[in-house]
Design a protein around this ligand. Structure first.
Ligand code: ZN
Length: 193
């Protein structure tokens, strides 16, 4: 950041007294502008019919990663819960009616200062439609997933974890919560290329 959001004067990087890392500090009013990670929250909507399972993906109509496939997700808003954020993003991007399930994955993306959360969700019906941030919305079986055209490493990881759990569910197991760190973005980019 360059200017103070309180008084519009320039800010400078400095380690405030009692702190241990540089912060943007206003040169005029002294306000310390802390910058902390953002939460990205979404859902993994599933449609299951006679043992045939499909996952809902949205093709992004916005940058970054325009044209690539994602699970419905976005930045959490102030004054909302994580569950409400997951439902809102799914409605906004996919126009989908979902029944939200348990939290499935928490992915630290430390290098971009984000934490991504994905809830399992059940599609209540097939009455969905692309929202303004999506080019199209489509259901995919595991073998149909456009693995090479996924928007972000967190989407790939969440889908991989889901289908691995799914195999355990078929054998009598259950879905469980996963905590995962995305630490090698460059290698993942190469994987996607
Ligand atoms: Zn200021």
């Amino acid at each position: 950041m360059n200017f103070c959001s309180e008084c519009a004067h320039p800010v400078a990087l400095a380690i405030p007294e009692g702190d241990n890392r540089p912060r943007f500090v206003c040169t005029a009013c002294g306000t310390i502008h802390y910058q902390n990670p953002k939460l990205v929250v979404g859902s993994l909507p599933v449609w299951e019919h006679e043992g045939d399972l499909k996952v809902m993906l949205c093709r992004r109509a916005i940058e970054p990663r325009y044209g690539y496939w994602t699970l419905p997700a976005g930045f959490m808003e102030n004054a909302e819960t994580t569950a409400a954020a997951a439902i809102r993003e799914t409605v906004e991007e996919a126009g989908a009616n979902i029944e939200l399930g348990p939290l499935f994955a928490m992915l630290n993306v430390a290098h971009v200062h984000q934490v991504h959360l994905f809830y399992l969700a059940r599609l209540v019906d097939l009455d969905y439609a692309a929202g303004i941030e999506s080019l199209e919305v489509q259901l995919f079986g595991e073998r149909e997933i456009p693995w090479a055209d996924l928007a972000f490493p967190t989407i790939r990881t969440t889908l991989e974890l889901f289908f691995a759990d799914r195999r355990r569910v078929i054998e009598g197991g259950s879905y469980r919560f996963h905590e995962h760190d995305i630490v090698t973005p460059m290698r993942t980019q190469a994987d996607l290329a």
